[in-house]
Write a protein of this length. Structure first.
Length: 213
């Protein structure tokens, strides 16, 4: 007696017997942007703000001051080991910086409980898609492992202008799929059956994006 699975697969094979090759796709998706860099940046910022992220601008000379402002009263914040030291503000007696090794076999990797005790995280990013307002983290040394961007309640994410693209296919080309990929579209949020928005459910309640010019 054949199983339901075998019946279904048999019918599929029978229906494809005279058409072994799939038909040409009806839609031809765009794979290359024709927008200017300025228009692409404007689109990304518009999407991020619509998703309730906060967007700021900085240069290599001003980014440390901007991050210092965004950390505000945070007493402890975590950064991945590969992040540029020049991006980070000088620590004071009221604030401590914690480097996360990002590998459970190395000393300096924070546990989930330890991550829960820090106020914020600062990371870089790999690529950002303007069309969907999505920031991609690829577990690089300056982005860290996924846990450090999900547990702290405040994520400060640096987006370099030359990593911004318009389309999803363009973003996918810059991703290394041998490493975990985290996609961020605004702060973590969900809605109940009455569409009441609740933020900070599955990740940071606050997302600050710094466009590095």
């Amino acid at each position: 007696m054949s199983t339901a699975k075998e019946d279904i697969l048999g019918r599929i094979r029978s229906s494809l017997s005279d058409h072994p090759s799939p038909a040409e796709p009806i839609r031809n998706y765009r794979r290359t942007s024709k927008l200017s860099k300025e228009a692409t940046l404007e689109m990304l910022v518009d999407r991020l703000i619509d998703y309730k992220a906060n967007v700021f601008y900085a240069t290599e000379e001003t980014i440390a001051h901007r991050i210092d402002e965004l950390l505000q009263d945070a007493s402890r914040y975590v950064v991945p080991v590969g992040i540029k030291e020049s991006w980070l503000p000088e620590d004071t007696a009221r604030r401590s910086r914690i480097f996360d090794a990002g590998n459970l076999k190395k000393a300096g990797t924070l546990s989930t409980r330890e991550l829960d005790s820090v106020n914020a995280v600062v990371t870089n990013s790999t690529v950002s898609c303007a069309e969907t307002g999505t920031i991609f983290l690829n577990t690089n040394s300056d982005e860290g492992r996924r846990a450090i961007t999900l547990v702290p309640d405040h994520h400060i994410c640096v987006v370099k202008e030359d990593t911004i693209v318009e389309l999803i296919p363009e973003a996918f080309e810059r991703i290394d799929y041998k490493r975990p990929v985290t996609m961020i579209s605004g702060p973590s949020a969900t809605s109940d059956i009455e569409l009441i928005r609740v933020e900070g459910v599955h990740g940071p309640r606050t997302l600050d994006v710094i466009i590095l010019q």
